[in-house]
Ligand binder design. Sequence first.
Ligand SMILES: [Zn+2]
Length: 426
Amino acid sequence: MIRKPKDNEYKLIKCGKLFDGIQEALLENMEILVQGEKIKAVGKDLQHPQDAEIIDLSDCTVTPGMIDAHTHLTFYEWSNRKYETVFNSPVYKSMAVLYNAERALRRGFTTLRHMGGNSDDGYGALDAKRSINEGYFAGSRLCVLPYVQCTVGSHGDSSQQAMKNPALAGYLCSTYPAMGSGVDFFRNSVREQVKLGADFVKLMSAGGFSTPNDSPDDEQMSDEEMQVIIETAHKLYKKCTAHVYAAPSMIKLANMGIDELQHCSLMTEESLELLEKKNIPIVPTFSPYEEIIHLDEAKLAQKDAAFQAKMRQYEARLRRGRELIVNSNLKLGYGSDLVTVYRSYHGAVEYSSMMNSGVPAFRILKAATSVNAELLEMDDIGSIREGKLADIAAWRRDLLHDPDALKECAFVMKGGVVFETEPFED
Ligand SMILES: [Zn+2]
C-alpha cells in the first residue's frame, strides 16, 4: 500500500534550476515546500518546520511531473502487440495498464492519458486508474477512455488483423462495445462510455498508418455520426477529441465543435488557418512518424510492412504537415502514441522528436506540463504553484538543448510521495 503523506509531514526540495510549468524560464536556487500531498510554497529561502525532510536536487533541473497525453496502455510488448490484442484476456490487459503506468511513473511521467484500447480489452484501464488512486499500486495518474467510437473495418477495428479468419474477426468485433453504425448507435455508445467512467470521448473518423486495410485519408464515419458523438459528449459535460490525419476531416470536425485533435499529421495551410482561428489544441504525436521524417531505416524496418509502405507513400505530406505544425501558433499538447518500436512508457521519445523537429524547448516543456493538464482537465497538476498536487520530477541533463534530456529521470514525486526512478532503456 502506498501511504498518502499527512498534512503534518513536510518536505523541502532544493532545486538547482526550476521550470514551474508556466514561465518560460529556468529559475535559479528555488525551493519547493511540500506539505502532505500538496505544494505549500515556492520561493527562495523558504520558512519551513524543523523536521521537514530536505531533498537536495541542487544538481538538477526540477519540473512538474511530465504528462503524456496520448498513450495506449493495454499491451506489454510492442513487437507482440497483434498477438496480445487477439489472444490475451481483458484481465491480462488490465495488468498491462498497471505495468506501463508504474514504468512511466518511474521515468518521470506522473500522469498518462489512455486513449482507448482494442476489442476484448474490457474496462480494466478504469480499474487500474481506481486502484492506483487508492494507493494499491505504484503508477502514474491515469485519465482514461476505455473505447474509441469507431466503425467496422476502420482504424479502430483491430479485427482487421484477423481478416483471414472471419469467425475470429466477428468474435473480436462482438467484444468492442463502441464499434457500430448510425446516429442512434453512437448516441447510446457515448452515453455508455461516460456512464461506465470514461474521462472523455474520442472518435476515430480517419484511417491510420498501422492498420493494413485503410488509409489516413479515409473518412470512415458519416457527418451525422461524427456530429452526434460530439453533441452527446458535450451534453454529458465531456470533452470530445478525434483521431484524424487529413485536412478535410480536420476542417469538418473543427466546424462541428470538436474540442481537441490528435495527430493532424497531414496538416495543410487551410486546415491550420481554421484550427488557429478556432483555437483548437492538437496533440501532434510526432514520434510514430519520426523514422521517416528523420530517416532511420533500422527502426523503420521494425514496423510491419503495411506501416512502412504507408510511411513512404505519405512521406512528403508528413514532412509538410510537420513543418506547418512546428511553425504554427497552435496550442500543442504532448503525446507519444508509441505503439511500435518503443514501449508505451517511453514518453521521453516525444521530447526528442519535437526538439529535433525544431519546436522550442519551453514550448515542449509547457506542452508536457501545464498545457496537457488543461487538455486533461486536471486543474491540480501541471505546474509548480502553491496549492497544486506535489507531482514533481527532476532531470540531470540540459532540458533546453539536449533532445534526450527526458531519457534520464533523476527524481520523481507523485502527490508528495517519492518513488525510485528507473533507467529509460529497461
Ligand atoms: Zn493513438
